[in-house]
Design a binder for this molecule. Structure first.
Ligand code: SF4
Ligand code: SF4
Length: 152
């Protein structure tokens, strides 16, 4: 599908911060395989526990451990689902105020298209790319949209 409500500006803001990048079991396996590691070694090296979930570690400068200032994401083909899904997180899809606030953080979100169209395209994108979650304990809450599944 063609996305017109979002156009990533490669600013790197979404790769900065602590604890936001949840990696569920299938995502850990995907990343470990991409890096040629066992899942155990991957988790020990690149993740930490936060609120009962495993999240990617951040470096001292606050950027994700996989972020490179020149090439951006060094694990792009295997990156976590929240990274694939942004900015189509639950809060931004269901709440126009959150969507407006997200524009201050992410210059790729186009304000001119309006929230309803953003939500419509975002839901379709999540489904098409099988990024919605079921609310399992190790999954990102931001991708759990009750009533919206990959089969919808
Ligand atoms: S914050 Fe938005 S525009 Fe910047 S890199 Fe992330 S997705 Fe792209
Ligand atoms: S995994 Fe890649 S896209 Fe996701 S936060 Fe880290 S550097 Fe950014």
């Amino acid at each position: 599908m063609s996305i017109t409500v979002f156009d990533c500006q490669m600013c790197g803001h979404c790769c900065h911060g602590q604890g936001g990048i949840v990696v569920s079991a299938p995502e850990r396996q995907r990343l470990a395989e991409y890096l040629g590691l066992s899942e155990e070694d991957f988790c020990a090296t690149y993740t930490q526990t936060q609120d009962k979930k495993l999240v990617l570690r951040s470096r001292g400068d606050g950027f994700c451990i996989f972020f490179d200032a020149v090439t951006a994401c060094t694990v792009h083909p295997a990156k976590p689902d929240v990274c694939r899904a942004w900015p189509f997180f639950r809060g931004n899809l269901v709440d126009a105020v959150s969507w407006e606030m997200a524009q201050d953080y992410c210059p790729g979100i186009r304000p001119d298209t309006g929230h309803a169209e953003f939500a419509r395209q975002g839901r379709a994108y999540l489904i098409e790319n099988k990024l919605t979650k079921n609310g399992r304990e190790d999954e990102a809450n931001a991708l759990h949209l009750p009533g919206l599944t990959d089969k919808d």
